[in-house]
Design a protein around this ligand. Sequence first.
Ligand SMILES: Cc1cc2nc3c(=O)[nH]c(=O)nc-3n(C[C@H](O)[C@H](O)[C@H](O)COP(=O)(O)O)c2cc1C
Length: 369
Amino acid sequence: MYALVFRLLFCRMDPERAHHLAFAWIRLAARVPVLRTFAAAFLAPRRKELRVEALGLRMHGPLGLAAGFDKNATGVDGMAMLGFDHVEVGTVTGHAQPGNPRKRLFRLVQDRALINRMGFNNDGAAAVAARLAARRAVFRTTVGVNIGKTKAVPEEGAVADYVASAGALARHADYLVVNVSSPNTPGLRNLQATEALRPLLTAVREAADRTVPERRVPLLVKIAPDLADADVDAVADLAVELGVDGIIATNTTVAREGLGLRGDPRTVVETGGLSGAPLKERSLTVLRRLYARVGDRLTLVGAGGVTTADDAWERILAGATLVQGYSAFVYEGPLWMRGLHRGLAERLAASPYATLAEAVGAEHRKVTA
Ligand SMILES: Cc1cc2nc3c(=O)[nH]c(=O)nc-3n(C[C@H](O)[C@H](O)[C@H](O)COP(=O)(O)O)c2cc1C
């Protein structure tokens, strides 16, 4: 059914318009009490065996919506209704900004991928904070808030801009993410260098503690798949040293080579970040590397090309406590989470592990004779 809607409706529309239309439907459904109750009962049945405790938070399961879908926190309940165990809103910047000129989102249907150069279009920290403060949650779900740099702010002002966002948003966040890995804000990824990342993470930590003294808001950093291995290690070591709670691996890639892309060559060369199936191997490699380096000293979140329950299970065995997705949702539709939860429960039941927590990073503990 969704495949038909996708082919006959969404595929004939501009991808960004299709996103807004689909998201409007989701939000509308979540506002109608009978509809949302039935939808959630069918799409988001809770499974005891998939419950996880991560970042000091109890969650219904390990699967979440990656940042960028709900940039302004307008549809958290709608996404929870579809079964996402956590919803990461944002990226939110210190100041509201329109993002890059359209057209800025492209489908590579054959490759099950997307290219985007949205450029952090969002309402700004103050507006998103007010929205989250006013939210009367219908469904209990974990809400992460992902923050980034306002484009107009020069690199020297980056720390202050993140601090302003953290100050406004930490109170409303179950966890905070410092995003230094989107390819669509000039210079942003330079902040992944440890000399820049150290003061940034330190300042955001302090801002969160200052504004929410009664609760330690978990802090994560989201990294790019394009980092060299040595830089992945350096970020991991720094995160451990600074007491950062976790790393999200990964954001979209600027790479196009060697990914076996079959889509329209005119679309493949569009600038921006590539997400979806072609990103899978590199994201998994980065995750494995991180777990090998830090083990369970950090909470690792696997993102990038996760489509099937096998993909999610593979991330967990590789070291992810939480798993996120975005692009596959566009292609798979509203039943995606339901299938993923069921498949994951089956894999856990068939495995030697009693709980998901036991399975996290298990591939690294295998004894090879
Ligand atoms: C249209 C689009 C917009 C995105 N916007 C953001 C963003 O604002 N902040 C961010 O941290 N990641 C953003 N991402 C990256 C995703 O959160 C995710 O890391 C990436 O897409 C890999 O996961 P996937 O292959 O499941 O899509 C965006 C991705 C897409 C496709």
